[in-house]
Design a protein around this ligand. Structure first.
Ligand SMILES: *Cc1c(COP(=O)(O)O)cnc(C)c1O
Length: 359
């Protein structure tokens, strides 16, 4: 069996240690005589798994005690609709920053529930930059301001947390959560699907400040109401138990790596060497303004797009998988989340250099 270096944007590569541990425990979780898949979600074994997983996440992100951490279903896409439904609290308007395809998706969905004010947009630059925060038009009467910390498709990432005063700040962190330390206390809500940087798909982490809980009208389904889910510890109904377990294994792995600050150093190095290789070549290029280049998703194009097919086929042959760019933008994209080892990035860089020499 040969495992490839998998540059998929999500679902994405998982640490090998996590997969091996899951394999070891598949038939009998720690002497319970059961697979985690077969356990009652209310039994003592699974309760212990859930408790440890949640506490590890709280520890890794240093989540303050006035926040609730929810583990829901429906992906980040469900949150696009559930955030306005849960926290508009009678207000007519919400502010959104549009920095790429995922912001655009969030805006479209929110528009069903309220007036959306676009505080800033980089659409005119084809989403290759982030508008200066000092130039955003933020309405103080809006219920909240939403932005996307890392645009997975366009490869654009915020380097700082924008300051929007008292307005609750809501952030889609699906593709860079746990890749760098973050001051959670600056946020009203942080949410993220698990399948980019935290585990397999099937769980959505929602970190919500307590004052934003309990504002939803009764018509919001109970499973999607932050208050009812917070009160039942995200077990209002049967959760995605095996996915919670795998998320827990990834969090334990991350702790063994030294936590978020340590993995950030590795991520800075991995992304830095890859961008440098791209910038130093005459065949490859990345269009994003340097200050806003993503450490997680590195899109690049070849000077001659006619070579794309050959590049991708040869990469695949060399054990470098899932490199095609998103269908909406074309080219290539290397997603290098926490689980991508340095050796994977080095192998990609070596391959790119050799391909360039041969063309
Ligand atoms: C992948 C992704 C989403 C969509 O996640 P789903 O789990 O498929 O709903 C939303 N936002 C960002 C930034 C993403 O990377």
């Amino acid at each position: 069996m040969a495992r490839i270096f998998n540059f998929s944007a999500g679902p994405s590569m998982l640490p090998e240690e996590v997969l091996l541990k899951a394999q070891q425990e598949m038939l009998d979780w720690q002497g319970s005589g059961m697979s985690v898949m077969e356990m009652s979600h209310r039994g003592k074994h699974f309760m212990a798994i859930a408790e440890t997983m949640k506490n590890d996440l709280i520890e890794l992100l240093a989540i303050p005690s006035n926040y609730k951490v929810l583990f829901l279903q429906g992906g980040a896409t469900a949150q696009f609709a559930l955030i306005p439904q849960n926290i508009l609290n009678g207000k007519a308007k919400a502010c959104y920053v549009n920095t790429g395809a995922w912001s655009t998706g969030a805006i479209k969905e929110a528009g069903k529930y309220c007036e959306v004010q676009i505080a800033a947009s980089s659409e005119a630059s084809k989403f290759t930059t982030i508008p200066e925060v000092s130039e955003w038009s933020v309405d103080r009467d809006a219920a909240y301001l939403h932005y996307t910390a890392n645009e997975t498709i366009h490869g654009v990432e915020f380097s700082d947390i924008p300051d929007v005063g008292d307005l609750p700040l809501v952030c889609d962190m699906s593709s860079n959560i746990l890749s760098r330390p973050v001051d959670v206390s600056r946020y009203g809500i942080i949410y993220a699907g698990t399948q980019k940087n935290m585990g397999p798909s099937g769980v959505t982490v929602v970190i919500v400040r307590e004052d934003l809980i309990g504002l939803a009208p009764k018509t919001v389904p109970s499973v999607f109401n932050y208050e009812t889910q917070a009160k039942s510890d995200s077990m209002l109904n049967t959760p995605a138990t095996y996915n919670w377990y795998l998320l827990g294994l990834v969090l334990q792995w991350l702790k063994q790596q030294g936590g978020v600050a340590a993995i950030e150093q590795r991520n800075i190095h991995k992304a830095g060497t890859l961008y440098q290789a791209i910038d130093n070549s005459s065949l490859y290029s990345n269009p994003v303004v340097k200050a806003y280049r993503s450490r997680m998703n590195v899109p690049f194009v070849l000077a001659d797009a006619a070579l794309d097919k050959e590049f991708l086929a040869l990469a695949e042959k060399n054990g470098l998988g899932s490199l095609p760019g998103h269908r909406s933008v074309g080219g290539m994209r290397a997603s290098i989340y926490n689980a991508m080892p340095e050796a994977g990035v080095d192998a990609l860089i070596d391959f790119m250099a050799e391909f360039e020499r041969n063309h």
